[in-house]
Design a protein around this ligand. Structure first.
Ligand code: PLP
Length: 456
């Protein structure tokens, strides 16, 4: 039978559901379709090149064309392409990786549970906390406190503990086990005349009040990024973490450190535990950069005291009843091993530490610009916050969306930035060099100029 060619001007898009996109506009406006990668650049189906100044979602740490990682994957595919790590069976690469990870993470006697995404790793962190508390004789300690405007993933649990009120309502989430406190975003959340020290003291008091109100015997975990990216990149003020930790310790509440973005190099270290938190977390999650995102791979790291509680459950239940068919995938493990090796062979952490001041200088150079309200930089990431009022009536119309408007102008110039409310954030692949930063800031300046002209 002859095949009939059907003209499809929006080919491939009709049946596609794209997250954080307007599903209706997908029918009429083709999304950016990437065909290939080259270093820190991606090239679309029409051959236009863009610098991915946010490493996609802060995850493409080695950029988009690292053949060493492709080779590591291919070698493992040929040797042992899949195997489920469960039921007292695993793969040699998983053992090798576990040893390499524990030697580099700041919790040397921790236990590692593998999965496939940051979302999953965070969901399991909550699950493991509850499991541990059940067998430590405090089953009521199951609630989670997190921070407004945070993002921790997309399952029911992660969407609940993420601080986006709109999602709680629109997905009809059961919010009984979740509480929220203020994000340590000093610029946007301070009271008039409040010093940083007063701001920190107010947030610690707020945490204590929330615990008291919910009942300390019901709160199991505080869940947060060490530096919050989802809130528009908000570095915590000095003293924030010690003040919060003191409250958590007073009420026997576990600290869960979401290092899905900050982990594996973004702050110039394997994690932000030593350079930002200043204390060891009880649980920690890593994803994105761990495999440079060349494979869906993530881990939940469980400190030994928490693990000891889980062991009690194991003994009573005759085993640990938790697994996933693809958890600890051998190809993912082989890629992570190569990522670690490349980071060490090429001194990537040292390179990041050299690039941090270059990025910060480029970001803070925007201070004083007529259209900029605030600049923030921490680790290998920076944000500029636009002042909608500086763009006249069109700026006011777009209040809360100025980041998106600037992204649109930057994309015309061949630069992808990450919008968040009135801010745009950059956090390039870890491999970006000084010349790349020069180009990123030059394109950002052109995008800003275009936006100012467009809104005049
Ligand atoms: N945690 C944080 C801080 C994130 O930014 C993200 C994703 O952007 C996640 C968790 C979820 O990770 P994934 O997208 O790998 O599921």
């Amino acid at each position: 039978m002859a095949t009939v060619e059907v003209a499809r001007p929006n080919e491939g898009v009709d049946n596609l559901m794209l997250g954080y996109s307007d599903l209706r506009s997908l029918q009429t406006r083709r999304p950016l379709v990437i065909a290939r990668g080259d270093g820190i650049r991606v090239i679309d189906e029409n051959g236009k090149s863009y610098i991915e100044s946010c490493a996609s979602f802060f995850n493409a740490s080695f950029g988009y064309s690292e053949h060493e990682l492709a080779e590591a994957a291919y070698e493992q595919f040929k040797l042992m392409p899949l195997y489920s790590s469960a039921s007292h069976r695993t793969v040699d690469v998983v053992l090798r990786l576990t040893e390499m990870l524990t030697a580099r993470l700041p919790l040397p006697d921790a236990h590692i549970s593998y999965c496939c995404s940051g979302t999953e790793a965070n969901d399991y962190a909550v699950k493991f906390m509850r499991y541990r508390n059940v067998y430590e004789g405090k089953a009521a300690k199951r609630k989670v406190i997190s921070r407004q405007n945070s993002y921790h993933g997309s399952t029911v649990v992660d969407s609940s503990l993420g601080g986006a009120k709109g999602l709680h309502d629109s997905f009809a989430l059961d919010m009984a086990d979740y509480r929220f406190v203020t994000q340590p975003d000093y610029f946007n959340n301070r009271l008039e005349g409040e010093s940083e020290a007063e701001f920190v003291a107010r947030l610690a008091k707020e945490l204590e009040d929330v615990i008291q109100e919910a009942g300390p015997e019901t709160i199991g975990m505080f869940f947060a990024e060490p530096i919050c990216f989802s809130s528009g990149l908000t570095p915590p003020p000095d003293g924030y973490w010690p003040a919060m930790k003191a409250v958590l310790d007073r009420y026997d509440i576990l600290h869960m450190d979401d290092e899905v973005i900050t982990g594996f190099g973004r702050t110039g270290d394997w994690t932000a535990v030593d350079n930002t938190l200043g204390f060891k977390p009880d649980l920690m999650t890593l994803a994105k950069g761990i495999s440079a995102s060349y494979f869906p791979f993530a881990v939940t790291v469980i400190s030994d005291p928490v693990y000891q509680g889980m062991l009690k459950g194991n003994d009573i239940q005759h085993g640990f009843h938790h697994a996933g068919t693809l958890h600890g995938h051998p190809v993912g493990a082989a890629i992570v091993i190569r990522v670690i090796e490349l980071m060490e062979e090429r001194k990537v952490l040292e390179h990041v530490r050299e690039m941090i001041p270059v990025l910060h200088k480029g970001i803070h150079a925007w201070r004083g610009h007529e259209a900029i309200a605030d600049t923030r930089a921490v680790g290998l990431a920076g944000a500029i916050q636009l002042d909608p009022a500086a763009f006249g009536p069109k700026g006011e119309e777009n209040r809360g969306q100025m980041g998106q408007r600037l992204l649109e102008c930057c994309m015309e110039r061949g630069l992808i930035v990450r919008p968040r409310a009135d801010s745009v954030i950059i956090g390039p692949p870890l491999i970006a060099g000084a010349a790349d930063y020069e180009e990123i800031f030059a394109l950002l300046a052109l995008g800003m100029k275009d936006l100012q002209e467009e809104m005049r």
